[in-house]
Design a protein around this ligand. Structure first.
Ligand code: SAM
Length: 455
């Protein structure tokens, strides 16, 4: 192979990687280049060479793709967070559908499954109700913004097209406060400085919870910052202490500085309390689309007993409870389970039971106790389900499994296991939760068809 570091290469982008880099084939060798969209004819410079691929940086776009769009606003934020922003939205939706299809085919071994068109957003901007924005320092100047693709460099920004307006104002307040009181960004390498990240959660009514992530217990001039923030619609402020030298944003310790303990938010007609560390779908509009699909796929009646595994703050449990006999929710985060219990009460729901613990431990135990269920919802984190969970699902033998996933790779792996154990994929529906990113949310309905039918 004749490619070396520093070489200039030219080619057409044919795909995106899971980080959002463009994929080029140069003499059958794969090169990843940041910044282009599928169909762009680009020139790139090779920066790194690995065994099976090379990584390059974009030098120039010689001929733009017919699917490249011109934005009518400035993107100041790093494209690392929104690598597809210049790719036509309808093409993004198509690419996501194909990604799910390819993963089911290649990883799941399911070549003949129909994948529905991705359900997109009417207005695919300002949808993120939770952002975690890194804070750093460059040449003595504070920088607040997202990371550039393939890099730890923060691109300074004063607004982001992904988050509601109030979030942009919060960034600017924090910047003014840091400059005024000479508060430095935290540096993981020498453990000096103060602020690591700004977490911003915004509810449907545009009220915000702010989480100031610091590298130690110190937060000098916090009273001044609180005073400045509450001039906006900020109703809750926490300090989160993260002393770890890792890429995890939030540490375990929270200290309330101001206001409400939790944020009240809504999906459809339901209300939910969110603690600062609870998982909540980042896109409220699309979460409603997704949960309505869960309801449709379950097609429940009053005799159903449903397991909602990885239930978070009980959003899906609450959404499906009114039409069934009972829902069991299992979730690892203790505070999320406390929220789930309150959320059920808040929505006048009394047929849910929430259990804290690892799904892979709690669920098999319930099984052994003889607690039955005829339908299961799985909504695991990116790494998918633990083998023990899937084994317990097979043992329970529910008539329906609804699998919700933000990672089609691990979803395909898990679906393969269920198919090998008597389940059939009935419907696959991608939902665009994360416009302009390469992330794909999808929901799959599986029914039990028996091992005999498989032969
Ligand atoms: C993708 S979220 C889904 C949450 C919820 N279903 C929703 O729609 O908001 C995954 C959830 O799984 C939880 N989780 C992660 N690992 C877990 C485990 N081993 N057992 C149980 N829950 C886990 C996370 O805390 C998170 O709340």
């Amino acid at each position: 192979m004749g490619i070396n570091i520093g070489d200039i290469v030219r080619g057409k982008i044919i795909d995106f990687t899971h980080e959002g880099n463009g994929v080029l084939k140069i003499d059958n060798f794969t090169v990843f280049v940041n910044g282009g969209v599928i169909g762009d004819e680009v020139v790139g410079k090779i920066d790194k060479i690995k065994k099976n691929f090379a990584i390059g940086s974009l030098v120039n776009i010689i001929e733009p793709s017919k699917d490249r769009i011109k934005l009518d606003f400035n993107i100041i934020e790093a494209k690392g967070g929104i690598p597809l922003i210049e790719y036509k939205y309808s093409k993004q939706l198509e690419w996501k559908k194909n990604k799910v299809k390819m993963d089911l085919e290649k990883i799941g071994g399911l070549a003949d499954v129909e994948v529905k068109d991705t359900i997109g957003m009417v207005y695919p901007f300002r949808y993120r109700n939770h952002v975690q924005i890194p804070v750093g320092e460059e040449n003595g100047k504070t920088v607040i913004g997202f990371y550039e693709v393939n890099s730890n460099d923060i691109v300074d920004m004063d607004s982001s097209i992904l988050q509601p307006e109030i979030g942009n104002r919060v960034i600017n307040i924090v910047r003014i406060w840091m400059n005024k009181y000479n508060v430095k960004a935290y540096d993981k390498r020498n453990k000096k400085g103060i602020l690591r990240h700004i977490g911003i959660r915004v509810n449907r009514d545009n009220k915000a919870m702010i989480i100031l992530v610091t590298g130690s217990n110190r937060l000098p001039n916090e009273k001044e910052l609180v005073k400045m923030l509450i001039e906006e619609d900020v109703i809750s402020i926490y300090q989160n202490i993260n002393k770890l030298n890792s890429s995890i944003t939030y540490g375990k310790e929270y200290r309330k500085l101001y206001g409400e303990d939790r944020l009240l938010d809504y999906i459809g007609d339901y209300k939910f309390y969110l603690s600062p560390n609870s998982f909540f779908q980042v896109n409220r509009t699309q979460a409603e689309v997704l949960y309505n699909k869960v309801v449709e796929f379950l097609d429940s009646d009053k005799s159903d007993v449903i397991y909602d595994l990885y239930c978070g703050i009980g959003t899906i449990s609450v959404y499906i409870a009114s039409n069934v006999e009972k829902v069991y929710g299992i979730e690892i985060v203790k505070e999320a389970i406390e929220d789930a219990k309150e959320n059920a009460a808040l929505n006048n729901i009394d047929n849910t039971e929430f259990i804290v613990g690892k799904a892979e431990e709690v669920f098999p135990k319930l099984m052994k106790k003889g607690i039955k269920g005829n339908k299961v919802v799985l909504d695991p984190p990116r790494k998918g389900c633990e083998k023990e969970v899937l084994e317990a699902v097979v043992e329970l033998n529910p008539e329906k499994v609804v699998y919700v996933s933000c990672n089609s790779t691990t979803m395909a792996r898990d679906v393969k296991y269920l198919v090998e154990n008597g389940y059939k994929v009935e419907e696959v529906q991608p939902v665009d939760m994360f416009p302009h990113t390469v992330h794909v949310e999808s929901i799959i309905l599986m029914t039990y068809c028996g091992m005999e039918d498989k032969k």
